[in-house]
Design a protein around this ligand. Sequence first.
Ligand code: HMG
Length: 444
Amino acid sequence: MEVGIDGIEIWTGKLELDLPGTFASAKGEDPGKYTEGLGLYTSSLPDAYEDIVTMAANAAHRLLRRKNVQPADIGRIDVATESAFDNSKPVSTYVAGCLDQVFDGEFRHANKGERKFACVSGTQALDDAHNWIRARRNRARAALIIATDTALYARDDPGEATQGGGAVAMLVDEDPDLVSFGTPQGIGSVDETDFLKPNQQFPSVDGKRSMQVYLARMREALQDFARNGGNTHPENFTLVPFHTPFPGMVRKAAALGFRHCVRDTEVEEQLADEIGRQPRPEAFDQQETYFEAIKSYTEELRHTSTYQEWYERTVEPTLCISREVGNWYTGSVHVARAAGLQEALVANRNLAGTSLLVASYGSGAQAEIHAETVQPGWREEIRQLNIDEQLDSRYELSFEEYEAIHDVHNHDESTDMEPFTTPHGEFVFDGWGRMGEREYSYVE
Ligand code: HMG
């Protein structure tokens, strides 16, 4: 039995902030920090009537309608988020409440939950659905998994440069149309305090350390994946979607991953004439000298045509949406998968039957690596995505408008303002209920 992602929909926040233009100039920064350093061009931000529930419900609604799935066909709704506004009632209940407004049937029978582990929880929710179906507790029903976040940082925090907001809805089922999940899984997980939100809306971040922790946990997950029977040869994969807080982070992770994966393979042999063999720790008396040697080897590796061709083919295509939307936390790696497949469709690559290596990560910190097999129906599924049109129709904010909308979404501010865009055929935030709950309605 194959289990995997049968369908996917992406919903972006309706507003756009030009990073090298509007943001960098207001901050007195060089635009090159964004275009070359971080690899980011614009952020997606939610309008005044949008939040994690509306974006999740809108993505899910479009997905269920397009796949002709009725409430009776869904046995589980899990939302992965790190932007929840309620410590008890899960976001999935709000989402189901929205969907109840537009479907004839009900989601009464569907098990609902919320998954939390920073950005890796979207992948964990997929994993839960995978196991639930394999255990045959699904009674022939599919799981609706949604990763939704408003990735906002406090004003003037360095993380502000990497903000974003959007949702990815995925249908997990038997005989999937898009990708099936492989069994081997690699985990790298350690208690870390690099990025956290102890009962606060905006994260406390040690940005530079968070990047080191990301790389260390990814390496451990890769080692664990190989130990558990996963094939890590880089030529085994047509795409390698990473968790993408910003493309510059993935550039670093990809080079380290490639180096690790080609060690003791014919690729290392072929590269030996050009850049020598990889330094081995046992050849060094001091750890520091070994680290220096491995660092300069990696730098040389990055400049070889072998590496660059691999990167251009397997990683670069996965960054095409991220660089226009910023970090979507739980949704980010799923955006990367969709972007890679969309680029492959445009380039007329035939990916059916090939493998993806999916590398997820969440601060705090845990990396997870598994492989997926692209299914024969992938083209039809990816062709349905309308993310490019959504991106093109975003409202472009001035810096003053950006400041105002950041305040609107700041739970400590009581700013209210007219939205910049007009909703059509979608769920909107409608105000507050008598117990402090958020209320939603569907606008035709
Ligand atoms: P910063 O201090 O604003 O930026 O922090 P910087 O000065 O380090 O510049 C960024 C890059 O641009 C550097 O490249 C610069 O050299 C380069 P690097 O040295 O790293 O290769 N640069 C330029 N390049 C060309 N021309 C120029 C120029 N100027 C600079 N003129 C930082 C950046 C990412 C730390 C900050 O934005 C931050 O704190 N972000 C939030 C944390 C984060 O995203 N961490 C990533 C790993 S952790 C993760 O992914 C988990 C997360 O998604 C949360 C979760 O799991 O829930 C965040």
